[in-house]
Design a protein around this ligand. Structure first.
Ligand code: TXA
Ligand code: MG
Length: 330
């Protein structure tokens, strides 16, 4: 069974941090809170520990991990060089929900962290418990989201238990997290900055600082029947219950009426007559992000046949959320 150590999010419990850091230094895994989602941490310099992260998640060893540091200087030491754009982004947004990909310096973290590629993803998180843990361990910490590969990320300790169970010996539980979706990943290893994953930090704020980035193609979200799921995207962030997206919830509900037990995630109140389990999420993207994964976990637990989620607006402020919904429905 995994051991759950509660801690105050603002004032990390020193005994809990010391116990977790000792486990990390011993090659063990620790699930810990960040400002985005719970991470599954391992000493990034320890090959065996890093391999056990991939194993615990069932993650292909070709998909690299993010390395977390407590300070910009420590992250910078893992990069082979530090371009001007990295300096500006780190100055403004670290600690915070931004991950920067750069060429990896040889002899720092173990190459397994990078799936043996030439680059490394670096992040300085802002959650006090994450910072305390990294500091106490004195090591860079490799940490993917603490869920089975391809599934919905955890924003509460109970989600970690539901997804990974016994594969995590220790969970630092700081309650529900403030961010709710993962960090934004920017690749600065090439000639031009590239957005690899939209996320909690809006791309608008990044581009204000470093200019236009190359963006991944995100397929048009709506269609005439309002029910298309974007088949070209690789499935990720997915609940166990089949998920479809719709720009017209009432029409989608009509289609499945009386045939299936349906869960709905909306931005609008839905008529109280509908026979569905409805979770209405806030219309503000930050508040929506905070609640989205919990809503997906709750609907998953309800044992429904299908979840229908309303498509959010197609603006940059919703980019990270639309990306998660589309991949979860893929
Ligand atoms: O908010 C977050 O970023 C959370 C918390 C725990 O920090 N972590 C997280 O890690 O979301 P994970 O492993 O679930 O997602 C990491 C993403 C993946 O899409 C991975 O492919 C990409 O970052 N990535 C990691 N290293 C990379 C590299 N060297 N080059 C390109 N992409 C990389
Ligand atoms: Mg993940």
């Amino acid at each position: 069974m995994s051991h759950i150590l509660p801690t105050d999010p603002q004032a990390p419990d020193p005994a809990a941090i010391a116990q977790a850091a000792a486990l990390l230094l011993n090659g063990g895994l620790v699930a810990f809170p960040t400002e985005t989602v719970y991470g599954l941490g391992a000493d990034a310099t320890d090959e065996r520990a890093v391999r056990s992260v991939y194993r615990a998640k069932g993650r292909p060893s070709s998909n690299p991990l993010i390395v977390h540091a407590a300070r910009t200087e420590e992250a910078r030491a893992i990069a082979d060089h530090w371009p001007d754009a990295a300096a500006r982004l780190a100055d403004r947004f670290w600690p915070g929900p931004l991950t920067i990909v750069l060429p990896r310096r040889i002899g720092t973290v173990h190459p397994a962290v990078s799936a043996h590629g030439p680059t490394v993803a670096l992040r300085v998180p802002s959650h006090p418990v994450a910072l305390a843990l990294i500091q106490a361990s004195g090591r860079p910490i490799a940490a993917p989201s603490a869920n089975r590969s391809g599934h919905t990320s955890p924003t509460r300790a109970e989600h970690v238990v539901m997804s990974l169970g016994d594969a995590v010996p220790l969970i630092l539980d700081a309650g529900p997290l403030p961010g709710g979706i993962e960090s934004t990943v920017i690749d600065l290893s090439g000639a031009r900055p590239r957005l690899l994953r939209p996320g909690l930090l809006s791309i608008e704020r990044i581009e204000q600082l470093i200019g236009a980035t190359e963006r991944p193609e995100i397929r048009a979200a709506s269609s005439d029947d309002g029910l298309r799921s974007p088949g070209l995207l690789t499935k990720h962030y997915a609940p166990n219950t089949p998920l479809i997206l719709s720009s017209n919830i009432e029409a989608a509900l009509e289609k499945y009426r009386n045939k299936e037990r349906i869960g709905v995630i909306t931005l609008q109140p839905v008529s109280p007559q509908v026979h569905a389990t409805v979770i209405a999420l806030p219309k503000n993207p930050d508040s929506y992000a905070r609640e989205l994964y919990h809503a997906l976990h709750e609907l998953d637990r309800a044992g429904l046949d299908r979840i229908i989620a309303e498509l959010p607006p197609e603006t940059d402020a919703w980019l990270g959320i639309r990306d998660r919904l589309q991949r979860a429905a893929a």
